[in-house]
Design a protein around this ligand. Structure first.
Ligand code: ZN
Length: 325
């Protein structure tokens, strides 16, 4: 984990491995301090606090959660007394998708011999994901701390005269997607609307909304963008994300019209230049999302997480690449 200054008053903490759960955090070091997203477990959150602590005068008064996913909210409990701000859908969604109990069970199970044998036979993808996560993460003692200040379309902060705009852009990657724009600093904290040099994991939302949101970021014309995952970038990071989404949707359409399943489509579609990104077999999730749209299914149809990990495993094996999430 490393800290990077991205403008006069903004900083980012980046998890350089750039695999699942390696989410970034941001700091606006003004007006008592604002932290954007709080990491995936307590050890990472403490490390983030230590790094930001090198530049902030004291623990921040505010936290923003860019959306409801676990890897952006599981350090919330360490910001005692802070105001936590998010889109109005986020508290209920966090209870649904970021309940730590399931992940704690998985991590403990993967550590037990008999459960490992069983998982290997029934859910090899779940086992592989659990093993990968155990290398870096420990979900013990995480308690869900929900946002308390909720907003609808926009929310504005004035930090010592510097405006901060929270703009709701969901559902594109997830229901609560919010970007944080500081026009005077030329910075956008994009949350998981932007994955950089790693394959996007889209959950609930539409391609249309996601592409619109990327266009909005381009119009805001920031000098620097802090993605939810991956290194800090300029606008080329937005055009690459956009090209990826368009490529996967177009290729998925061809496969859909030929009658292929989303699994077979993910096996068939070439990674192309995106084979260089981390976890390219996560492609399956983006194909499946396109298929849901082609079938006119609601974007909030729930995901079976175990099945998703297993399918990504199968795609990686079929392509002869390392299984990574
Ligand atoms: Zn994330």
């Amino acid at each position: 984990m490393k800290m990077e200054q991205v403008s006069d008053n903004c900083y980012a903490v980046l998890n350089e491995k750039n695999l699942v759960c390696d989410a970034n955090s941001g700091l606006i070091n003004l007006g008592g301090g604002v932290v954007i997203d709080t990491q995936s477990d307590l050890a990472h959150a403490r490390q983030m606090i230590e790094l930001f602590g090198k530049v902030w005068p004291s623990m921040p008064k505010r936290v923003i959660n860019t959306h409801e996913d676990a890897d952006h909210v599981w350090g919330n409990q360490l910001f005692d007394g802070a105001e936590i701000i998010a889109h109005q859908t986020v508290p209920e969604r966090m209870k649904e998708v970021a309940d730590p109990k399931e992940s704690q069970k998985l991590m403990h199970g993967v550590g037990r011999f008999l459960t490992r044998i069983l998982l290997k036979a029934t859910h090899p993808g779940v086992l592989a994901a659990g093993e990968q996560l155990r290398e870096d993460y420990n979900f013990d003692n995480i308690e869900l701390v929900l946002p308390t200040t909720l907003f609808d379309e926009r929310y504005e902060l004035d930090l010592d005269g510097t405006p901060v705009h929270l703009i709701y852009v969901g559902p594109c990657h997830q229901v609560g997607d919010t970007i944080v724009h500081l026009p005077e600093e030329g910075v956008v904290f994009a949350g998981d609307v932007v994955f950089r040099l790693c394959t996007p994991m889209g959950w609930t939302g539409s391609y249309e909304k996601w592409l619109q949101c990327l266009d909005l970021i381009t119009e805001l014309n920031p000098t620097v963008i802090v993605p939810g995952h991956g290194p800090v970038c300029e606008l080329e990071g937005i055009s690459e994300m956009k090209a990826y989404l368009q490529y996967v949707r177009d290729e998925s359409r061809k496969c859909f019209e030929e009658g292929l399943t989303s699994l077979d489509a993910a096996k068939r579609i070439e990674f192309g230049p995106y084979g260089e990104w981390r976890a390219p077999a996560r492609l399956y999730m983006n194909v499946e999302r396109a298929y849901r749209e082609f079938r006119n299914e609601p974007p909030d149809a729930p995901w079976d997480a175990a099945r998703t990990f297993d399918v990504i495993y199968k795609v990686a094996k079929a392509k002869g690449i390392e299984v990574e999430y």
